[in-house]
Design a protein around this ligand. Structure first.
Ligand SMILES: Nc1nc2c(ncn2[C@@H]2O[C@H](COP(=O)(O)OP(=O)(O)OP(=O)(O)O)[C@@H](O)[C@H]2O)c(=O)[nH]1
Ligand SMILES: [Mg+2]
Length: 460
C-alpha cells in the first residue's frame, strides 16, 4: 500500500437503479467534507446512511442527491477509512462523481485494489480474497457454493490444520540443529516422519479434489459430433435453451465450432456444436470438418449424434474417427419422431459408447433422460470430500499443494534413508510449509499479488 486514497465504481458500469462509488484510504474524510453536503455529517455518524447532495469539487455545484455512508478504519472492507456514495445509476453521473473525487486528489483504483488492501490489512487471507472473485464470477449454484465455502475460510482452515503439526515438527528439529551436541533421538525423528506422512496424505487428498473442482469452475466440456444433418445444432439449441446455432435441412450447415455455456441442475456445462464429419469437396466445409476433428480431445464427453433414419451405416465410419480421439462417447440417436422403431437399434459396443439415448430434438422426447444422465455424471465424479468437505478449484492452490506434496515426499525419503543431515531434512519441511503458507498468503510476493488481483474487476 502506498498511502494513496482510491475510488472506483463498485457496481456494474451500466444504467441501473442505483450506482455505488466507493473510496478508500487516509484522505476519504477530507474528501467527504469537500464533495458532500447533508443535514447529518456522515463522519459523525459512521456506518449510517446520510442523505444529501454530492458535489462537484471544483465548482461546488450539486451533481446528484444521494446517500453516503462512512466506515472508519479498521471496521471496513479494506481496513482503511471507506466511504460509499449511492446515487442515481446513470453512467454520466458516475463519471461526474468520480471526476469530482479525482479533482480532489483521490486516484482511480486499479483492478482488485480494494480487495488487495483488505488482504494486506489482514481482513482476509489470500485464498479468501481469491474466493471473492470466484463468488462474483460464479455462473452456477455449485460454483457459488464452493466459492462461498472458500470465502468463509474453509480451505484456509484445512490448510492450517495440515500445516500446524508440521510447524511444530519443524520447530523441534530446528531446536536440535541449534544444539548440535544433542543428537536427535531416532524415535523423535520417527514421530516427526509419521506426522509428515499424515500431512502428505491430506495434501494428496486435497489435490485429488482438483479435477472435480476444475469441472465445477470451468464446466464439463461436451462436444456434439456426428454426420451432417443428424441434428447436432438442434440438440445444442435444446440443451442451452436458446437458438445459438443455425438449423437447416441443408447438409453441412455448421462449419464453425459453436460454444455455449449452460447450467443444468446447478452444474456448469460447456457445449460445443461442430460441423458434420464427412468427405467433402467444399473448401469451407472441409475446414469445418478439420476443426471438428481437432476439437475431439478437448471434450470430457462426446455426444455422438446419429440420425435415426440413417440406414447407410455411414455413422459407423464417423464413429471410428471419434473412437481413437475421444475420452468418452455417448450415442444419441435423434429424430425418433420420424422413426420410432429405431429405439433399441443403433446399439454400439459399450466399450466404445458408454450410454445410448433415443431422442427427438424436434419434439423434445427423450431429452429429459439425457440431461439427467449428464447431471448424474458430474455428481458421480465428485470426490470423497475431505474432512471438512473442501474442494480445490484454483490452479494456484493446486500448484502450491503439489509443491508441498513433493517436499513432504522428499522429506519422507530422506528420513527413511537415515543418512541425511538434519539441516537438509529441515529444508524440505520448511519448503513444504512455505508452499502451504502461499495458499493463504502468509508468504507472498508482489508478483503473486499482481497476478491474482489484476484478474479482479475495477471497483472490487
Ligand atoms: N423430424 C425431426 N427433424 C429434426 C430433428 N432434429 C433435427 N431435425 C431437422 O434436421 C435438419 C438438420 O438439423 P440440424 O440441427 O441443422 O443438423 P446438424 O447435425 O447440425 O447438421 P449440419 O450442421 O449440417 O451438420 C433440420 O431440418 C432440422 O429441423 C428431430 O428430432 N426430428
Ligand atoms: Mg449444424
Amino acid at each position: 500500500m502506498d498511502g494513496s486514497t482510491i475510488a472506483a465504481l463498485a457496481t456494474a458500469p451500466a444504467p441501473a437503479g442505483v450506482a455505488v462509488v466507493r473510496a478508500s484510504g487516509p484522505r476519504v474524510r477530507t474528501a467527504l467534507s469537500s464533495v458532500f453536503r447533508g443535514k447529518k455529517d456522515p463522519l459523525k455518524n459512521p456506518r449510517l446512511l446520510c442523505f444529501g447532495d454530492i458535489l462537484d469539487f471544483k465548482s461546488g455545484a450539486t451533481i446528484d442527491t444521494g446517500l453516503v455512508v462512512f466506515m472508519p478504519a479498521p471496521y471496513s472492507f479494506t481496513g482503511e477509512d471507506v466511504i460509499e456514495f449511492q446515487f442515481h445509476g446513470s453512467p454520466v453521473l458516475v463519471q461526474r462523481v468520480l471526476r469530482s473525487l479525482y479533482a480532489f486528489g483521490v486516484i482511480p483504483a486499479p483492478a482488485g485494489e480494494f480487495t488487495k488492501r483488505a488482504f494486506l490489512n489482514g481482513k482476509l487471507d489470500l485464498a479468501q480474497a481469491e474466493a471473492i472473485a470466484d463468488v462474483i464470477n460464479a455462473k452456477t449454484e455449485e460454483e457459488l457454493r464452493f466459492a462461498g465455502e472458500q470465502l468463509k475460510g474453509r480451505l484456509s482452515q484445512a490448510v492450517a490444520a495440515i500445516g500446524e503439526p508440521l510447524r511444530d515438527a519443524l520447530a523441534e528439529l530446528e531446536a536440535t540443529i541449534d544444539f548440535p551436541e544433542e543428537d536427535i533421538q531416532p524415535d523423535k525423528l520417527d514421530a516427526v516422519a509419521a506426522r509428515s506422512e499424515v500431512a502428505r496424505a491430506k495434501v494428496t487428498q486435497l489435490l485429488e479434489t482438483y479435477s472435480f473442482g476444475a469441472l465445477v469452475k470451468e464446466g464439463v466440456r461436451v462436444l456434439l459430433c456426428g454426420r451432417p444433418n443428424a441434428g447436432k445444432s438442434s440438440l445444442l439449441n435444446l440443451l442451452v435453451g436458446k437458438r445459438k446455432a443455425i438449423v437447416s435441412p441443408v447438409s453441412g450447415t455448421t462449419r464453425d465450432l459453436i460454444e455455449e455455456e449452460a447450467s443444468l441442475a446447478g452444474h456448469k456445462f460447456v457445449f460445443c456444436d461442430s460441423a458434420g464429419i464427412r468427405e467433402t469437396s467444399d473448401e469451407v466445409e472441409k475446414i469445418g470438418v478439420e476443426l471438428a476433428k481437432e476439437r475431439i480431445p478437448w471434450a470430457d464427453l462426446v455426444l455422438f449424434v446419429v440420425d435415426a433414419n440413417d440406414t447407410s451405416e455411414g455413422w459407423q465410419e464417423t464413429l471410428s474417427v471419434l473412437k481413437g480421439a475421444s475420452k468418452r462417447i455417448w450415442m444419441v440417436v435423434n429424430k425418433i419422431d420420424l422413426n420410432p422403431s429405431a429405439v433399441g437399434l443403433f446399439v454400439c459396443d459399450s466399450s466404445v459408447c458408454q450410454q445410448n439415448f433415443y431422442i427427438s430434438a424436434k419434439t423434445g422426447a427423450g431429452i429429459g433422460p439425457l440431461i439427467e444422465a449428464l447431471v448424474e455424471d458430474v455428481a458421480k465424479s465428485a470426490p470423497e470430500k475431505g474432512e471438512a468437505g473442501e474442494i480445490i478449484t484454483n490452479e494456484r492452490h493446486r500448484d502450491c499443494l503439489r509443491r508441498a506434496e513433493e517436499s513432504l515426499g522428499a522429506f519422507a525419503d530422506l528420513v527413511h534413508s537415515k543418512s541425511a543431515p538434519l539441516a537438509i531434512l529441515v529444508a524440505d519441511l520448511r519448503e513444504a510449509l512455505s508452499a502451504l503458507d502461499e495458499i493463504v498468503g502468509k508468504t507472498h510476493t508482489e508478483d503473486i499479488l499482481g497476478r491474482i488481483f489484476s484478474k479482479f474487476c475495477v471497483g472490487k
